[in-house]
Design a protein around this ligand. Structure first.
Ligand SMILES: [Zn+2]
Length: 301
């Protein structure tokens, strides 16, 4: 998703509702909260999945920041990060949590260019930060918009961009095979995916909103096709989402049903407000509600 409108009320609501979020979005039995951890975040939520040779850690932001996820894939000796959060206070919590794992960060990958995944990179100044040429091109073309959003956040830090040039294909992380894919023209112009067959882990990032409203400015045909490809994958135990808690493969079925309903609501209504009302009536428990404010763009000629 893109960044959302911030206001005092939503921040208070998010702080008060964090406990409710962790209950409402509980996914698989493998999820454990790092409750006794010395770097337990005050605002975000940590979920941990142990999957064969890797441990998959996810930092999920509160609702006021769209329940956006930054992930850590921990191998025996190293850490690999996917995305970095949006608001600096939350990116800093994420960074403290990563430090507490006590292993070197090998690389940070940017899954796609949207600010809620990119802005926190400034918290990791000494780490190699990479993405594909296509993701970097979208970031560069939208930089004026991103700077305006940065200003609206009253966030004084700079926007740090990754290096491009990442090869789409197979990498080896600490001896483990990782298949990096890329989906074009769906939720974003370009979106990286990470499949670790040996772990049964597939990080779909913003191609999967888990129990959360999806960013409605998109090519939903390509997006649905990408989700259907994920449905056909064998052996996945956990899907890593871009928003909402990661979990079991049923999340993909839910995301397809949601996208179809969102498309139907857009077609059957005449403005963003009434489409939003229809979607909220159908999915009252879903997170990242502020993303629906972008629905009005679908009715602009
Ligand atoms: Zn996002």
């Amino acid at each position: 998703m893109e960044d959302t409108l911030f206001n005092r009320r939503s921040m208070i609501k998010a702080a008060a509702g964090l406990g409710a979020i962790s209950t409402a979005f509980a996914t698989t039995g493998q999820v454990a909260q790092a409750g006794s951890h010395s770097a337990t975040p005050k605002e975000g939520l940590i979920s941990i999945h142990k999957l064969g040779p890797v441990t998959f850690h996810t930092y999920t932001s509160p609702e006021y920041s769209g329940m956006v996820n930054a992930h850590v894939i921990e191998t025996t000796n190293e850490l690999y990060l996917i995305d970095t959060q949006f608001v600096q206070a939350l990116a800093s919590e994420f960074s403290s949590y990563v430090d507490s794992l006590g292993k070197p960060i090998q690389r940070i990958y940017l899954s796609h260019s949207h600010p809620d995944h990119l802005f926190g990179a400034v918290q990791f100044p000494d780490v190699e930060f990479v993405t594909s040429d296509e993701v970097l091109a979208e970031a560069n073309s939208a930089m004026d918009i991103y700077k305006a959003r940065k200003d609206a956040l009253k966030d004084t830090t700079a926007i740090v961009l990754p290096a491009g040039g990442l090869t789409i294909g197979t990498e080896t992380w600490d001896g483990i095979e990782v298949q990096i894919g890329q989906v074009l023209d769906a939720e974003a112009a370009a979106e990286l995916t990470f499949h670790i067959p040996e772990a049964g882990l597939y990080v779909a990032q913003d191609l999967l909103y888990a129990n959360a409203h999806t960013f409605p400015i998109n090519n939903s045909e390509n997006w649905l096709a990408a989700l259907e490809d994920m449905q056909n994958l064998e052996g996945i135990k956990v899907f890593g989402s871009g928003h909402g808690l990661p979990g079991a493969p049923g999340l993909i079925d839910d995301a397809i049903a949601y996208l179809n309903f969102q498309n139907q609501a857009i077609a059957e209504n005449n403005d963003g407000e009434s489409a939003t009302a229809a979607i909220l009536a159908k999915y009252p428990g879903y997170g990242a509600k502020d993303v629906l404010s972008f629905l009005s763009y679908r009715y602009q000629k």
